[in-house]
Ligand binder design. Structure first.
Ligand SMILES: *[C@@H]1O[C@H](CO)[C@@H](O)[C@H](O)[C@H]1NC(C)=O
Ligand SMILES: *[C@@H]1O[C@H](CO)[C@@H](O)[C@H](O)[C@H]1NC(C)=O
Ligand SMILES: *[C@@H]1O[C@H](CO)[C@@H](O)[C@H](O)[C@H]1NC(C)=O
Ligand SMILES: *[C@@H]1O[C@H](CO)[C@@H](O)[C@H](O)[C@H]1NC(C)=O
Ligand SMILES: [Cu+2]
Length: 241
């Protein structure tokens, strides 16, 4: 009786532990997602941490064939602005992977001070290692001479979706003095300056910030360890029964 209950409990632990959380830093060290490509399975969460300070970026879904354009029906975090000196906690945009059989491509929509996407601020989930690679996608973004007109996306994407927009900045102690609420104070964040027109200043695509292709390994809080623990628990339960 008791062991049957315990068995059910152990199985429940195993099934909840099978979803991994893969973390991607947004804007940490320039116009960059790091790591730029991550592997994630169906049901996993890719957790985008808006950690670059100052920074004002998006995570917007694109098609491989159009690197700096909102994919029709694609996800879009919209703009998240982090003031200079912000101490966190960082706003988070969680995407749940619904289809891991096709690569998922994304980019940053920010146009200020120059279009981030044209410097290679693009990323991917489950990009192949040959053919349509993340390097090919990055090069295609950098090869564009102007940013295409931008449309908004939604929470629901193709192959991955969010259940909520990025968590808001917490006001109060965690924000530096003077970094008041977003809407009314002109700040020195890199995204300030509302260049909404699609044909703003001519854009040089070669102003890549240093380290734009750094490949820090992501924090993969993989469930393997947890699963091992739960599996061991399961075995000990079975054998002690
Ligand atoms: C991406 O673009 C390709 C080629 O233009 C097209 O065949 C495909 O349907 C597009 N994918 C989506 C999800 O719109
Ligand atoms: C994002 O997902 C992680 C892992 O499940 C969770 O701990 C966190 O609370 C989520 N954050 C938001 C804003 O949904
Ligand atoms: C972030 O960037 C967007 C788009 O450029 C802009 O509309 C918004 O005002 C910026 N936010 C802040 C707080 O600067
Ligand atoms: C990024 O790091 C991973 C794991 O170390 C490696 O397999 C991959 O080739 C690297 N990608 C790039 C673009 O350097
Ligand atoms: Cu950006």
């Amino acid at each position: 009786m008791l062991s049957k209950l315990n068995l059910t409990f152990a199985l429940a632990i195993i099934s909840t532990a099978s979803a991994a959380v893969v973390t991607v830093q947004v804007g940490d060290g320039g116009f960059v997602y790091s790591p730029q490509n991550v592997q994630a399975s169906k049901g996993d969460i890719v957790s985008f941490q808006f950690s670059g300070s100052p920074g004002n970026h998006t995570v917007s879904q694109a098609n491989f064939s159009a690197p700096c354009e909102q994919l029709e029906g694609g996800f879009d975090s919209n703009f998240v602005s982090i003031p200079s000196g912000f101490k966190g906690p960082n706003p988070v945009f969680n995407l749940t992977i619904e289809d891991d059989t096709k690569p998922i491509w994304f980019y940053c929509k920010q146009t200020a001070p120059s279009p981030h996407c044209l410097t290679g601020m693009v990323g991917s989930i489950n990009a192949p290692t040959t053919g349509n690679t993340i390097e090919a996608f990055t090069n295609a973004a950098k090869a564009l001479t102007s940013l295409p007109a931008q449309k908004p996306g939604g929470l629901q994407g193709i192959g991955a979706s969010a259940s909520s927009p990025p968590s808001p900045l917490q006001n109060g102690a965690s924000q530096p003095p003077g970094a008041s609420t977003a809407s009314n104070s002109p700040s020195s964040t890199s995204g300030t300056g509302s260049s909404t027109g699609s044909s703003t200043a001519p854009v040089s695509s070669n102003t890549s910030p240093s380290g734009s292709n750094t490949n820090k390994s992501g924090t993969i809080q993989n469930a393997a360890g947890l699963m091992l623990i739960s599996f061991t628990t399961l075995l000990s339960i079975v054998f002690s029964a």
